[in-house]
Design a protein around this ligand. Structure first.
Ligand code: ATP
Ligand code: MG
Length: 784
């Protein structure tokens, strides 16, 4: 035991040990980026099991993404062996979903919630469809767009409010529209035996409030709850925690987070949860970690220079005994294409000379739309990369079709799925037939599937239409029967592909595109096979974990269900659940590949080298935040952008590149954005100076342009000079960045960076508008 203890506590500093060894009662670990919060959670879980004899099934560890959960599980398997499979390590959504499904096996609960255990989970595409139907059924005034209503409904759900709990003023016409639609929307979901993401939490909270017996089961079971990235919990998640771990019982609730990394306010997260935790959980111990193990000093200094400007922060110290490291590198580019190419070139350089592996590098952007140009440049330059937006595979039309069939297999009442595939592959069921079917179903108050059982009763259908509808009904019904008997996900997928002829219909089409789509469907089958294998491995591991375990079940817990939460969810349901819950940030960061992702998705990760693109006001910070009012830090939205910048910077271990473009096409619009204000907040001396002579604004490339060679750039020299000591001289000196200046030809501008000092220093100035960035000699500038 002593050895085990040593192994678990080695390479932890004092406050980290304190958090790992903390006995009973609530604990908050609050500290800056890279200080080992996530490590504390993992070690504490291992310590509880190995040294304090806590049964693994008593532990619930919540992470922010599925990817983070997977990493933590892998780590725990290393520390604990097969026992780790009995732990619940997952996201809020996925643990809620599992608990909900288990609870629904009780017919009374199912009755109360209006759902069965085989409910399906709708994504935002499905949601929008349902909102539109709900608007029609509730006959609301068309004064709002469906998307906007959906956004408001999601907001209500994040705030833990059901339609009847919404507070709406009678004069608030829009509020009334939202409330009415929300009501109808929930009814439609229940009729389809479906939930959306928000429901997973909201309905579980509602259930636990109404059924104290169910609540008590889980309160007794989960004696230890640990939450990573606590700063981004929203009210409904917090409510769930408070139900499972009521403050007055001094529960073993360990939360870790960093208020400076709260970046999901737009999804209803509230940084107050972390700031007020000691108040909500009186007697909570607070541990602060102060040593950063991740980033070189220059990078940390830059990150702090930016975050310091936010006014509402918890005081924190963060130091590092890592070296100062390299300077930050500022990349100035003509436009977004040049930016992407430059980054590709730097990546090659780092890989060749910097001994940094591709997998140790990442490129971040503020909005998804920026990724297209980056991807193109990576492909051209042959940089191996993965785009980290895990949904993309499951968002492809053909994959969504296949998933819709699978969902109908487990739940034929799912109207949205049925509508999606009723004529896919084409089987001659036209729009008119579908309309009549929908009308009939609405009038009879049954699902579309039920309505299609006796199509001869539907008015206005000719015999061909009737025949096709019954054929379709027979297909779904046969698949449904198959699903109930299938023992694994892959055989169900296989059967579905056979009976529906989805693959063949694409192959007959014969185009390159349709062949790729057919391949994707086979890949989908592959995903199901992989899922089955993992599930089997976990089941074997869990069943052998107890072997030789001396500890008997405590008698007072004899009636407690301690099986893994996934235990008897049918495999096809479990597979569907997994693919529904794949989130934005979940794609595997590929082996040997550079990761491209949004800043939001970068949370919790670390890389040797990080590139942040689009450092321009209007891109990052986002244009939404630019008009944030009078307050010194630029308002709440600007504060959030600044936190996002802090998150971005602190992902880097050794090299940080910040990059901007003089002009940029984004969202189909050409913009000349000024450099990001965050750049001006970073002290000059942290930058090495990237000298890039900016060629004149882009014009069409001549036809005869010689073939591009990445080694010798042909559109202007791009020299990167790094000054390791301060150059001498006078004239331009000190920190001139941000200073307003005037130039005879170019007009008024703002200094971005200076290269050298004195009257001959080269200064990069942003003259705004059509002129943009220029490099000029200091003596040609006048004070502005
Ligand atoms: P973030 O705020 O970004 O989520 P974090 O506080 O969760 O960061 P971790 O990811 O747990 O930090 O740790 C950051 C890095 O430091 C990791 O590579 C981790 O392995 C390492 N690390 C943490 N604690 C120590 C320690 N005591 N000794 C050496 N390395 C450590
Ligand atoms: Mg972390």
């Amino acid at each position: 035991a002593l050895n085990a203890e040593n192994e678990l506590l080695k390479d932890l500093n004092e406050p980290q040990k304190e958090a790992v060894l903390h006995g009973d009662g609530p604990l908050l670990v609050l500290s800056g980026a890279g200080s080992g919060k996530t490590r504390v959670i993992t070690r504490r879980v291992a310590h509880l099991v190995r040294l304090r004899g806590v049964f693994p099934w008593r532990i619930l560890a919540v992470t922010f993404t599925n990817k983070a959960a997977r990493e933590m599980r892998e780590r725990l398997v290393q520390l604990l062996g097969p026992q780790a499979h009995e732990l619940v390590v997952s996201t809020f959504h996925s643990s809620s979903s599992m608990i909900l499904r288990r609870a629904l096996k009780d017919p009374q609960v199912a009755e109360l919630m209006g759902l069965t255990p085989s409910f399906v989970i709708y994504d935002d595409g499905d949601q929008l469809q349902i909102v539109k139907r709900a608007m029609r059924e509730a006959r609301v005034d068309p004064i709002m767009q469906p998307r906007e209503i959906l956004h408001r409904i999601d907001g209500e759900k994040n705030a833990a409010r059901l339609p009847e709990q919404m507070v709406v003023d009678v004069d608030d016409a829009r509020g009334v529209v939202v409330q009415k639609t929300y009501h109808a929307y929930q009814k439609l979901l229940r009729a389809a035996n479906a939930v959306d993401f928000g429901d997973l939490l909201l309905l579980l909270v509602a259930l636990l409030r109404q059924r104290p017996d169910v609540l008590e089961q889980y309160q007794r079971r989960f004696r230890h709850i640990l939450v990573d990235e606590f700063q981004d919990t929203n009210p409904v998640q917090y409510e769930l925690l408070r139900l499972l771990a009521p403050p007055e019982r001094r529960p073993n609730l360990v939360v870790v987070g960093d208020d400076d990394q709260s970046i999901y306010r737009w999804r209803g997260a509230s940084v107050d949860n972390i700031l007020d935790f000691p108040e909500h959980y009186p007697g909570a111990r607070v541990v602060k970690l102060e040593q950063n193990y991740r980033s070189d000093q220059n990078i940390l200094d830059a990150a702090h220079a930016v975050i310091r400007r936010n006014s509402r922060r918890m005081p924190k110290k963060l130091w590092s005994d890592r070296p100062k490291g390299e300077h930050l590198t500022l990349l100035l580019n003509r436009d977004e294409r040049a930016e992407a190419q430059e980054i590709a070139r730097r990546i090659h350089g780092l890989q060749r000379e910097g001994f940094i592996k591709y997998s140790g590098m990442a490129v971040f952007y503020r909005t998804n739309a920026q990724s297209r140009v980056l991807e193109e440049a990576m492909r051209l330059a042959r940089v191996p990369y993965t785009l980290v937006s895990g949904r993309s595979f499951y968002d492809r039309a053909e994959v969504r079709d296949a998933a819709a069939y699978l969902r109908l297999m487990v739940n034929p009442r799912s109207d949205a799925d049925l509508l999606r595939i009723i004529n896919t592959p084409a089987r001659g069921i036209g729009d008119t037939t579908v309309e009549r079917l929908v009308d009939f179903a609405n009038q009879s108050g049954v699902s579309l599937y039920e309505a299609s059982a006796a199509p001869e009763r539907i008015a206005g259908l000719n015999t061909a239409a009737v025949r096709r509808l019954s054929g379709f009904h027979a297909l779904v019904s046969s698949l449904h029967v198959f699903a109930q008997e299938s023992q694994d996900a892959a055989s169900a997928v296989d059967q579905m592909l056979k009976e529906t002829h989805l693959v063949e219909s694409l192959q007959t089409e014969g185009s390159d595109e349709s062949m790729t789509r057919a391949e994707n469907l086979r890949e989908f089958l592959g995903a199901a096979q992989e899922f089955d294998l993992n599930r089997a491995a976990a089941a074997v591991a869990a069943s052998t974990a107890g072997d030789g375990d001396a500890e008997p079940m405590p008698p007072e817990e004899a009636d407690l269900d301690t099986s893994p939460l996934t235990a008897d969810i049918p495999p096809l349901n479990a597979f569907l659940e997994q693919i529904s819950l794949v989130g934005d940030a979940d794609a595997e960061v590929g082996e040997g590949r550079v990761a491209l992702m949004t800043l939001h998705a970068a949370k919790g990760l670390e890389f040797d080298a990080v590139f942040i693109t689009g450092m321009e006001d209007g891109v990052f910070p986002h244009s939404r935040a630019l008009h944030g009012g009078e307050s010194e830090d630029g308002g709440e939205e600007m504060a959030e952008e600044r936190r996002l910048c802090y998150v971005g910077f602190t992902r880097a271990r050794r090299r940080l590149f910040v990059s901007l473009a003089q002009c940029r096409s984004l969202f189909g619009e050409l913009r000349y954005n000024p450099p990001s204000r965050f750049l001006a907040e970073v002290p000059q001396e942290l930058f090495g100076i990237a000298e890039q002579d900016l060629p004149p604004p882009p014009k069409e490339a001549p036809f005869t342009k010689k073939k591009r060679n990445w080694a010798d750039e042909d559109d202007g020299p791009r020299v990167d000079r790094t000054y390791s000591q301060a150059p001498e001289g006078d004239g331009v000196g000190g920190d001139v960045r941000g200073m307003r200046v005037r130039h005879e030809q170019f007009g008024m501008g703002r200094i971005i960076s200076a290269d050298g000092q004195g009257p001959n220093a080269k200064v990069t100035v942003d003259f705004g508008g059509q002129v943009g960035l220029k490099r000029v000699i200091a003596r040609f500038l006048l004070p502005g």
